[in-house]
Structures are given as C-alpha cells and as structure tokens.
Design a protein around this ligand. Structure first.
Ligand code: DC
Length: 233
C-alpha cells in the first residue's frame, strides 16, 4: 500500500477546528486520523507528573525518547506507557506545558519519527503545526486552517465547558494567544503556512461547510481521494 498512500496534512493555530475536521475527513475517506498534538501533550503530561522542569531540554528529550506512546488507530485513544491518557491530556495545564515541551528540538525529533512511522503503512489525515512544513513536506494535500482569534477562543471555551470546566472566554483567549505566540515564534518547526498549503478560514463556516470545502480540495488533488500523485514524507 505504501506507493499509494495519501497524506493529508492539516496545520493551524489552536481552536481553528483542525481535529474536528481531520476526524470527519478521515472517516469519509477511510484514512487513519492522527492527532500529532496528542503526542506532545502525552510527553508534557509525563513531564508534569514527574516534576521535570519545562526548560530542562535534556530531560525532556529523554522522556520523549523513552515514552511509549500509542495511538489506537480504530478509536483515536492515546496511551502513554500503557495508560489511557485520552482525557488527562486535555487538561489546560497540559495544553500550556505541551506548547513549551514542543519547542525542544530533541522532543520534536523523537515525535516526528513516530509520526512518520505511522504514515509508512497507512493513508492518513494528520493535524498539528508542522505537518505540511516539516513532517511531510511531500504530502499530496496540505491545508492551513485558520479562524479569527475571538472565534477560536469562543469555540475552545465551549469545548472546555463541555468537559465540565468553568471557562471564561476572555481567559481562554489569553491562554490561546500565549500558546500561539510561542508556537509561531519558536526556532524549531514553528507554526507557519507551508507555501503550497491551501488556506481555509473557518471563522464563518459550520463544521459541515469546512468539511465540504476540504473534501473538495482533497478530491481535486488526489483524483477523488484514491490515486496519489506523489509520496508523502
Ligand atoms: O494541537 P494541540 O493544541 O493539541 O497541540 C498541543 C501543543 O503541541 C501545541 O501548543 C503545539 C504543539 N504541537 C506542535 O508543536 N507540533 C505539532 N505537530 C502538534 C502540536
């Protein structure tokens, strides 16, 4: 299958709707959905639990190399050292820590390797910050998903409230901005729109409309999502 595998890279800032979109598109096309942010979150969770300083680059790299991170390809659940941490990694403290941990080059090296391994065997939709720019520069489809910061904060606050958190939209907006700044300004694999990525602004679109727009792009680039014109990676 490797010659025909298709890689759909979806990058963008927090709250743009990447994971909702990536999940829907993967399901429609029968590809595997990979949430790369969950991997950075898993390493961050482990670091927080062990009390590792988030500026200790050496120790963080060691953790990323040693962490046994497994994504269940059927239901998207994520396991850290055999523990299901799917809910634990959504904690706001973990969001903040993940953004710090992900700036460490050695952490990125370890996780990018894992991301590429998953794609060796499967057609995938992967979302993150550097999927189209660094992880799979040869991906057949690259989408950069963005939305107005106020709208992104509104969506994230709703999501957090859905998890039972008392999330004030202004506080969430501040958290998102801090995280995005950090993700955009870091030296290693910063959040950027790859030159050949299609920009999709989701501010005024429903999830259904975003899905429709992106499926149209994918079909145009891959002869209906089936035959690849190049190779990811
Ligand atoms: O997508 P997310 O919000 O769950 O990601 C959590 C953090 O991980 C985010 O602040 C930046 C980092 N990340 C990254 O640097 N590269 C990726 N490919 C995915 C996430």
């Amino acid at each position: 299958m490797s010659a025909k595998r298709i890689i759909v890279a979806i990058d963008g800032p927090a709250g743009a709707g990447k994971s909702t979109l990536a999940k829907r598109v993967a399901e429609k096309l029968g590809y595997i959905y990979v949430n790369s942010g969950a991997m950075y979150r898993a390493v961050a969770l482990w670091a927080l639990r062990l009390g590792v300083a988030l500026n200790d680059m050496h120790r963080l790299e060691q953790l990323a190399r040693e962490a046994k991170i497994r994504l269940s390809l059927s239901d998207g659940r994520i396991f850290l050292n055999d523990e299901d941490v799917t809910e634990a990694i959504r904690d706001r403290a973990v969001s903040d820590a993940a953004s710090k941990v992900s700036a460490v080059p050695g952490v990125r090296r370890a996780l990018v390797k894992l991301q590429r391994q998953i794609a060796e065997e499967n057609s995938i939709v992967m979302d993150g910050r550097d999927i189209g720019s660094v992880v799979f520069p040869g991906a057949q489809v690259k989408i950069f998903l963005d939305a107005d910061p106020k709208e992104r904060a509104r969506r994230r606050a709703l999501e957090l409230r859905g998890q039972g958190e008392d999330a004030d939209v202004h506080v969430v907006a501040g958290e998102l901005q801090k995280r995005d700044d950090r993700d955009r300004k870091r030296t290693e694999a910063p959040l950027v729109q790859a030159p050949d990525a299609e920009l999709v602004d989701t501010t005024a679109l429903t999830p259904e409309e975003v899905e429709e727009t992106v499926l149209r792009i994918i079909r145009a680039k891959t002869s209906d999502g089936k035959a690849a014109t190049g190779q990811g990676g």
